[in-house]
Write a protein that binds this ligand. Sequence first.
Ligand SMILES: *Cc1c(COP(=O)(O)O)cnc(C)c1O
Length: 481
Amino acid sequence: MLEKIKQLETASRLLEPSPEQRASLRDPVIRYSENFLNRIYEIPAYVTTEDKGKGIFDSPISDEPLDINAVIRLVEYNIDRPGLNPASGGHLGYIPGGGIYFSALGDYLADVTNRFAGIFYGGPGAVRMEQMLLEWMMSVVGYPRTSGGNLTSGGSIANLIGIVAARDAYNLKAKDVERSAIYLTSQAHHSVDKAIRIAGLKECILRYVPVDERYRMDAKALEQMIHSDKSAGLHPWLVIASAGTTDVGAVDPIATIGDIARTHRLWFHLDAAYGGFFVLCEEGKKILKGMEKSDSLVMDPHKGLFLPYGTGAAIIKERKKLSDAFWYQASYLEDAAKSSDEISPADVSPELTKHFRGMRLWLPLKLVGVQPFRAALEEKLLLTRYAYGQIKQTPGFEVGPFPDLSVMTFRYIPRRGDANVFNQRLIEEVVRDGKVFLSSTRLDGKFVLRIAVLCFRTHLNTIEYAIDILKRKAKQLEETM
Ligand SMILES: *Cc1c(COP(=O)(O)O)cnc(C)c1O
């Protein structure tokens, strides 16, 4: 047996590269990432390819090791070339991503040391770091120090956490579900619907509150619906509002909804996954007034703080409501449970073992401070207003509602033919060019184009280019269609 163990040890030691081997792996990775970053303002936001990265299948997972340079070629050709480049400032579609470099260094540190950030006993410093980041978020949105929170993988899980905490805080039992009403709008993010289903609440009565001409929840209608549901003997219990919808970036009347929720004793869940961090700049703070009136709130550092994908946050105004919903006990975790009364992320989340997300958020905030984030967020707001003004005054174009945050919609009205077909062609042409990437949506049956400004690399020249190519392509299509 000892002979066998020694053989296995020799083989398993391949998992531990020597200092020289580490350098020979690291250098090509650094060279590749440096080359990527040095060209980031030139490489396209979207690349249309025939193969769509299919070449990755030609190198199946097997016992055969592959040289680092061959590995990088695989990644470069199949992963980083086809489709959308979320690191590009030209990404003006959906809700753009970020990917600040400081976070990559944070991830590197977190991965090398592999600190366990799930339980205080195991990683007290890591847990404290995450708690400090959450307390910073609580303070910027105006939540009290008695709030609780969790760094999640993104807004979807954060919405789930908020809705589950609400369900348990209201002690909603299966038998109550059919007569219990949830209020939201048609503009709510689909992850909210998903969370409702996952939380076992799909048989609740879903009341879609009408929206105003800017796609914001009509607060008067909300109150009327609650009244009439109450009179009908139903149980109104949850209102879900958005601080920045995906389609048009609309901010629901948060403060008024907060007052209505309090009067009628509803839980107020605010999905600020996209818009929440705009509270860091003065202009955004005005638009988001009343956030502190919510009972639970979602915000995504991988959107509004420009982090790489994989970091969201849920914060709940009463910490106990959060831990009541997610506490657990297991015999193999007895040491952990005894250790202290510090909050462990695992007590307030569906997750136990998780990525040490705090490091990728903490490091950039420490290295550059909060100020560049405030500036970038205000810049994105103003760039969107600028784009709105420019497109509005361009003959042939029609704009949607004035942007609350950093999303605006518009379309071109062709002199002849179907506007929906024309705008579909227009977006195809812009995406084929690839320097900027736009996405579309449907509003009241109209096919409209969107400009969403949230990548930290999007600056005035990007917006000027986007407006210019829209004008050029619209003109060409007018001549040829
Ligand atoms: C992005 C987004 C979500 C979902 O968040 P993920 O991080 O993608 O899981 C939820 N709500 C809104 C308003 C969003 O913009």
